[in-house]
Design a protein around this ligand. Structure first.
Ligand SMILES: Nc1nc2c(ncn2[C@@H]2O[C@H](COP(=O)(O)OP(=O)(O)OP(=O)(O)O)[C@@H](O)[C@H]2O)c(=O)[nH]1
Ligand SMILES: [Mg+2]
Length: 366
């Protein structure tokens, strides 16, 4: 591979040429070759960056939740980011246009949701090809992965899932109930094993990782690969949804969406960034899958704006009180709730009441 600065100079020249050339039948072939060359140079640059000390994509997380855009080059990740967030990420018809992490922020209902645009990933990303490991490590730090799939090339979905799987990133899967408690007593004691793996194999895996004194309780079915990932602390469980993009140029997109959804037990929203189709549905799906909810504090004066608060789904009145101020929690007497979690208007509840998205809460202090 040439030195990165040489590649960058060539790349600059090629990008200029690409921008200058008129797109028509006569130039079509030459432009195709140029696109391929630009993509190769970009891929080399991303790969060259991965070996540097301290490399990796770091962006300060801000807002209430974070979403990572994951998909093949040219699937439309940057186009989508620019459409839904206040960001300007470069868009072009060649692969590996985006070479680093580009953050953007969007407001949905009252939640500030940070979106990370990332370089495209390709087959063998898990082995670092095209800088894939760095990209996927950044994606893993988000609260939700948004797979952007080109509807013209739906098998991109299989490759993306497979690459994540090879890095022990499990999508839309509940973390199996596996407890390994280190003990002072020598030996491995298997107390509960509903995994489907034989006891002696579990012992062998644990010993392989240098764990000799522990008690084991497995209450879920797990296969050996996942068990190894869990024991080596490499397993990650991520929620994800799919934006099936470019439906403006694909007729049977509904069938494709349906088959991806069934195959991977995942919410698929067919969209077109170019035609601005179904973007509102996608935003709702992002919000619904982030595991957050918005509740409102009732203002003292009815005409004033209700103060929104973003909480994890399933949070209680106590969690909301603490988020405002520990003092509110200390002096808590009761709360009155209007909205989806209330059985009737102004229901009086205690600290353990579980709130729902859209609730309006009034705290009463002692
Ligand atoms: N027909 C069609 N083309 C689209 C759509 N969205 C994006 N594109 C085009 O697809 C090409 C790639 O778009 P990008 O947004 O740069 O793709 P990307 O996924 O960010 O690509 P990388 O940065 O290389 O990973 C551009 O030529 C876009 O104009 C869409 O909804 N329909
Ligand atoms: Mg991009």
């Amino acid at each position: 591979m040439e030195k990165p600065n040489v590649i960058e100079e060539n790349l600059g020249r090629m990008e200029e040429e690409y921008a200058k050339t008129k797109h028509n039948k006569a130039t079509n072939k030459a432009l195709g070759i140029l696109r391929a060359k630009i993509a190769k140079a970009k891929k080399d640059i991303i790969e060259a960056g991965k070996g540097k000390k301290g490399s990796g994509f770091f962006v300060r997380k801000i807002g209430d939740a974070t979403v990572a855009l994951v998909g093949f080059p040219s699937a439309g990740k940057s186009s989508l980011l620019n459409r839904i967030a206040n960001a300007k990420s470069k868009v072009a018809a060649y692969a590996f246009t985006t070479t680093t992490i580009v953050p953007g922020m969007m407001l949905y209902k009252d939640a500030h949701i940070q979106i990370f645009d990332l370089p495209g990933i390709i087959e063998n990303a898990h082995a670092g090809i095209g800088g894939g490991r760095t990209v996927l490590a950044a994606a893993k730090s988000a609260d939700l992965m948004l797979f952007v799939i080109d509807a013209k090339i739906p098998n991109q979905m299989d490759i993306v899932i497979n690459e994540l799987f090879k890095l022990n990133i499990f999508i839309n899967k509940k973390r199996p109930d596996v407890q390994i408690l280190e003990t002072k007593i020598p030996g491995i004691k298997i107390e509960i094993n509903k995994s489907g793996i034989e006891d002696k194999s579990i012992v062998a895996i644990l010993e392989g990782f240098g764990i000799h004194n522990c008690s084991v309780r497995i209450r879920s079915t797990v296969d050996e690969d996942e068990m190894i990932a869990i024991i080596s602390k490499k397993a990650a469980y991520m929620p994800a949804i799919v934006a099936l993009n470019k439906i403006d140029i694909v007729k049977n997109y509904a069938l494709i969406a349906d088959s991806i959804s069934k195959k991977y037990n995942i919410n698929v929203v067919p969209i077109s960034v170019i035609d601005d189709k179904n973007i509102d549905i996608l935003l709702k799906s992002i919000y619904d899958n982030l595991g957050i909810m918005t509740v409102y504090m009732r203002p003292r004066i009815e005409s004033e704006k209700k103060e929104p608060m973003i909480l994890k789904t399933g949070s209680t009145v106590g969690v909301a009180a603490k988020k405002i101020h520990t003092q509110i929690l200390d002096q808590f007497k009761c709360a009155y709730i209007d909205g989806p979690s209330a059985k009737f208007n102004n229901q009086r509840v205690g600290i353990t009441h579980i709130l729902k998205d859209g609730d309006i809460v009034t705290f009463i202090n002692d």
